[in-house]
Design a protein around this ligand. Structure first.
Ligand SMILES: CC(C)(COP(=O)(O)OP(=O)(O)OC[C@H]1O[C@@H](n2cnc3c(N)ncnc32)[C@H](O)[C@@H]1OP(=O)(O)O)[C@@H](O)C(=O)NCCC(=O)NCCS
Length: 196
């Protein structure tokens, strides 16, 4: 089953010292602590810490463990995984703006992405944007976007869907955005996964 937890961190009032204390108490490794505090802004640090807390919360609740008993490792590509060989469980975290999400599944692998809707955010023209992004799009995605270039709202919504689907897929495999994005077709992958 695929499950998703979404947290809005806007109301989370936490100071730097409390963050450090919480991070250590949870049993995060020095490397993971460093990842949080490498972020410069408080919001970034809060998002990253919340992601790690969510991982511990979801696993400990689901498998009746203490949050401190949950050991998280990273695979060779950097994807965080639960260091437990006896249980099939995958999760993925994404954070942006005020949102932190964690998707999880007990069947196969999962990736997720929070993507801001650009509509009404800036004056960027869809035509120029499409030219810039074209090398990262499959021909199907490029054609679908060209078809709606006259309707800004539909264009940015469709772009948001395409981009977050690509990123979520590449976070599922752990490759991240270093992969060749134009060979990945979000419509095709959606068809495959909706059929499963
Ligand atoms: C991983 C990546 C896709 C994250 O994208 P993003 O839009 O910046 O961030 P998101 O909010 O969606 O996700 C961040 C979370 O994804 C998870 N994550 C990190 N690396 C990941 C990976 N390779 N695969 C899947 N999930 C990953 C972590 O939980 C991370 O949270 P944290 O930074 O607080 O620890 C992006 O940084 C990337 O493409 N990196 C390149 C991959 C890379 O460097 N690989 C190393 C090759 S050896």
């Amino acid at each position: 089953m695929l499950e998703c937890v979404v947290v809005n961190i806007d109301m989370w009032d936490i100071r730097q010292e409390e963050m450090l204390c919480l991070t250590k108490c949870c049993g995060e490794t020095l490397e993971e602590q460093d990842r949080i505090f490498r972020f410069v802004g408080l919001q970034d640090r809060k998002r990253s810490l919340m992601g790690k807390l969510l991982i511990r919360y979801v696993i400990s609740t689901k498998f009746s463990l203490s949050p401190m008993e949950v050991t998280i490792k990273r695979d060779s590509k950097g994807k965080p995984l639960w260091a437990c060989d006896s249980v099939q469980f995958d999760f993925n975290v994404s954070h942006h703006g005020k949102y932190v999400i964690l998707a999880s599944t007990d069947q196969g692998s999962v990736g997720c992405d929070v993507f801001p809707l650009r509509y009404g955010q800036d004056d960027e023209s869809p035509v120029e944007f499409l030219e810039l992004m074209n090398p990262c799009l499959s021909s199907t995605e490029s054609c679908a976007l060209k078809d709606v270039v006259g309707d800004d709202e539909v264009f940015w919504k469709l772009f948001g869907f395409i981009w977050s689907a690509k990123e979520a897929f590449l976070k599922m495999t752990g490759e991240g955005l270093i992969a060749d994005l134009c060979v990945l077709d979000s419509f095709f992958s959606r068809l495959i996964f909706s059929g499963d």
